[in-house]
Design a protein around this ligand. Structure first.
Ligand code: 9UX
Length: 72
């Protein structure tokens, strides 16, 4: 089944950052849903752990130019 991961994302400074990052996350294989909040620096991603891991999601966020860590 799907899991939900929460990530702390640093380095987002405008709404376009949020939209861009959400688009990148939603295109990742295994990602079903992605919501990013600028005000709280948090991202929530629903994903299939048989296809993608939390660490791979962190790496994708960092490849997009932000700093990411696991929130839980
Ligand atoms: Mo806004 Mo984010 O101009 O990298 S898109 S700061």
């Amino acid at each position: 089944g799907f899991l939900v991961g929460q990530f702390v994302i640093r380095g987002m400074t405008c709404a376009a950052c949020v939209n861009s990052l959400e688009g990148i996350l939603r295109k990742l294989p295994g990602v079903k849903r992605a919501i990013v909040a600028l005000a709280t620096s948090l991202g929530e991603v629903e994903y299939d752990p048989s296809i993608i891991s939390k660490d791979e999601i962190v790496n994708a966020i960092e490849d997009a130019g932000f700093e990411a860590s696991l929130a839980q």
